[in-house]
Design a protein around this ligand. Structure first.
Ligand SMILES: Cc1cc2nc3c(=O)[nH]c(=O)nc-3n(C[C@H](O)[C@H](O)[C@H](O)COP(=O)(O)O)c2cc1C
Length: 321
């Protein structure tokens, strides 16, 4: 996969700026990271958490992602980010959450085609000169028949990259991603595929089957196997020592930023829901992590995992996650 672009997907709550820094340092392999969505609003200010996401990305290729249904809020955020040195923002048109879609944002905008068109018209008319907008989209709300019209709409704009997650909103993350939709995806926009790529082999065959792709984006697969993108470039699988370093650096970073033992443990629980895929027989371990109430209980469980459990040769995210 010599020229393919390999992106790390945004996963709200997990791919924080702390995670991105630790991931790049220990495993690398991602040509770009994306922040979890930022929600600009009428206050014209980012929340503290959102500011953290965009202020700590020195020496890294990070694209901030925006979730909104207002061209005014989009443009405010784009100008702020441009002034901070960002040359691209990514527009979230895929989030399936009920609260988000209920407000007509994320995948909710795919239902409101006229509003989406007006928003894109207004955004592209007034962006800071030189700023790029990429789009991360699902292929429809209810059925994949919606995709051709949606693609026709996107084709009208100078979108810098189209990241396609071929599920409809109704799917959430269930069932298989509809990779075959790429067959009929005719566009001059550079396309990045995202969905259910969990192994280097699946990345390779996706890029082989669809040579028009500019690259791929991986989310849950990278959380289960943080070396996945490095392996896609011919590098080695994650070693036990690297996984330990990755865990310890992330846990200590969360401990420094959180007050009390529990918030850091909660962050690590979310990570372990996926990273446990790197180890064998983790049901008991996950139970202990869920029960851990303080640092020593948590680290005791982690110590035992690293001391006693085999690594999985082919780490996968747990089914249903
Ligand atoms: C817990 C979770 C949080 C997510 N947060 C975001 C987000 O903030 N922005 C976004 O565009 N997609 C988000 N996604 C979707 C992922 O970026 C990605 O599109 C999806 O997981 C499918 O790719 P995968 O099969 O490689 O995981 C999230 C997905 C999950 C499971």
């Amino acid at each position: 996969m010599p020229d393919a672009l390999l992106y790390a997907a945004p996963l709200e709550g997990m791919t924080t700026w702390l995670w991105r820094r630790v991931h790049q340092e220990v495993f690398g392999g991602a040509h770009r990271y994306f922040t979890p969505f930022l929600s600009p609003n009428a206050n014209h200010s980012f929340q503290t958490r959102e500011l953290d996401e965009v202020r700590h990305n020195q020496d890294m290729a990070v694209i901030p992602q925006l979730l909104t249904n207002s061209s005014e809020h989009f443009l405010w955020a784009a100008r702020e980010l441009w002034n901070m040195g960002y040359e691209e923002v990514n527009f979230n048109l895929g989030c399936p959450s009920g609260t988000v879609c209920g407000k007509g944002k994320g995948a909710g905008l795919l239902l409101r085609r006229e509003q989406l068109q007006q928003l894109l018209d207004e955004v592209f008319a007034a962006l800071p000169r030189g700023m790029r907008v990429s789009v991360k989209t699902r292929i429809g709300w209810e059925t994949d028949d919606e995709w051709p019209d949606l693609l026709t709409l996107y084709n009208r704009y100078p979108i810098s990259e189209l990241i396609v997650h071929p599920r409809v909103r109704k799917d959430f993350y269930r069932g298989r991603a509809r990779q075959g939709i790429l067959e009929g995806t005719e566009t001059a926009i550079s396309v990045i595929y995202n969905g259910d790529l969990f192994t280097p082999q699946s990345v390779e065959s996706c890029l082989r089957d669809y040579p028009q792709l500019r690259g791929v984006m991986v989310g849950r697969g990278l959380m289960a196997n943080p070396a996945l993108l490095r392996q896609c470039q011919g590098g080695p699988a994650a070693s036990r020592e690297e996984l330990r370093r990755y865990h310890d650096a992330l846990y200590e970073a969360y401990c420094r930023r959180c007050s009390g033992d529990l918030p850091a443990i909660y962050k690590m629980r979310e990570l372990w829901n996926y990273l446990s895929g790197s180890f064998q027989d983790t049901a008991g371990f996950l139970k202990k992590v869920r029960k851990a109430r303080n640092r020593s209980e948590y680290l005791g469980a982690v110590e035992e995992l690293f001391a006693c459990h085999q690594l999985n040769a082919q780490p996968l995210p747990p089914a249903g996650k």
